[in-house]
Design a protein around this ligand. Structure first.
Ligand SMILES: C[S@@+](CC[C@H](N)C(=O)[O-])C[C@H]1O[C@@H](n2cnc3c(N)ncnc32)[C@H](O)[C@@H]1O
Length: 180
């Protein structure tokens, strides 16, 4: 769903790329320039080496992996034409407000570029409500095309549908507004 919603053209960044699965799928869907950023801390089993190994195993052209935090992306304003992020923003711990990662994602996205974020936006333990998240996206220049709870889009078999797993996940897709 993320690959289809983000479109097929332009430099793409996956924030919190983990083992590179989503980034590799995007790169397989259309050739181009691909960046995967992750903190790769010791609290997760994912690593940069694992992501690089997966790229080789999947036989995709070279992708760029960058270590850093979603809260302070090492990219220029408007450098990306597409930005995706899957189940990462709520994990950002170096800032109190989990929406900082969203604002950063939209900062590095060019006007007219597309974004797709899947995260636990309905989980009160991470966010003060989905409306707050959507307002943050709009304030950061995002024009929301769809915001759908994952359980409405997919049949989540037990235990995936539980609140502690993906029951609070929401898929938000849209474009960055062009200056008027
Ligand atoms: C639930 S995993 C999701 C990984 C991948 N997006 C996926 O869907 O398979 C969360 C990821 O967020 C990364 N992460 C945690 N804190 C981060 C931060 N501050 N900046 C960037 N990535 C972070 C973790 O290293 C981990 O790869």
């Amino acid at each position: 769903m993320i690959v289809d919603a983000v479109g097929r053209t332009g430099r793409l960044l996956d924030i919190g790329c983990g083992s590179g699965q989503l980034l590799i799928r995007c790169a397989k869907a259309s050739p181009g320039e691909y960046y995967g950023l992750d903190r790769w801390g010791e609290d997760w089993e994912y690593s940069r080496a694992q992501a690089e190994r997966n790229v080789v195993l999947e036989g995709v052209p070279e992708l760029h992996f960058v270590q850093g935090s979603a809260s302070c992306l090492p990219f220029d304003d408007g450098q990306m034409q597409r930005v995706v992020s899957c189940l990462t923003f709520h994990e950002v711990r170096d800032v109190e407000d989990k929406t900082v990662g969203i604002t950063e994602a939209l900062r590095v996205l060019a006007a007219g570029g597309t974004f797709v974020f899947l995260d636990l936006f309905d989980d009160p333990r991470s966010y003060p409500g989905r409306e707050h998240v959507l307002e943050t996206i709009e304030r950061a220049g995002g024009e929301i095309e769809s915001a759908r709870a994952l359980p409405e889009l997919l049949e989540l078999r037990f235990p995936l549908g539980l609140g502690k797993v993906l029951g609070h996940a929401v898929l938000v897709a849209g474009t960055k507004r062009r200056a008027t």
